[in-house]
Design a protein around this ligand. Sequence first.
Ligand SMILES: [Zn+2]
Length: 318
Amino acid sequence: MGDARCSFRVLRSRFALGLVVALGLLAGSAQALEVRFEPVAEGVYAYVGDMGPRTVANEGLNANIGLVVTPAGAVLIDSGATFESARKIHDAIRRVTAQPLRWVVNTGGQDHRWQGNSYFKTLGVDIIAHAQAEADMRSRGGEQLDGLRAALGSLAQGTVPTLPTRWLGKADERLELGGVVFEFKYRGGAHTPGDMLVWLPQRQVLFSGDVVYVDRLLGVLPFSQTKPWLATFAAIEQLAPARIVPGHGRVTDLKTAQAETRDYLLALRAHMKKAVEDGVEISAAIKSFDARPFMHLLNAAELMPGNASRTYLEVERE
Ligand SMILES: [Zn+2]
């Protein structure tokens, strides 16, 4: 009798556990990624992605993506991190417009800018990037995919590093679709060697890719170069955009971009330049950098030491 009651309790607790797991799965599927484009200007939209790391919940879309709708078709700015997330981006485009997708632009070589190409290639659209992104995509594509598989598991399935179909070679290029002018500006790379700006002069909107970060701290990674990054930023200042869709963070204006991207890069470079000139060791130079004006930005504590050391090494080589 005691035994029977005991096993009934076990059964009941197993049932309760099963219920909890089932509800958890339901909650999980309710939270599954849905890409939604928000309006920025006439025919111009942005998806503002998560600002933290790549997770199953964000499917590697921890970055912003743009959409421009013209009378002759739609243009996607950055293809997302995986085949599956690219499919969700395509679904989101179809909720905004009945126009077919004509072009996909990759603004740089970071995974969430181009690893969705394998999906969009199946649609037969033009995939456009700057020629200076090619070597970076070729050399890092495989390791990016390994990283995505580690972070996303089966959600990375079907993703194959797929190069663009059309390379832009000049510093300034101009294309037109359905009367909408797209200007592409390349000034030597920034966060990645192929980072390129997309400017819509008629709408006064700039898609900066990974040249502008707001709300969260930018990353100076082993393949980043702060000097051309600032030259690229100066090209943005010349354009004086009304609105900026940054690579990361909320849709913003020039003043905020200057405070949260340009001023940090300027301060970091000035500090490290002086340290190198004064013969200060790298560890002491990292420690003495006054990070306080930027510590309110997300991810600042994690990224600050690496950013500082890579900038020191870059300035030392100049
Ligand atoms: Zn990025």
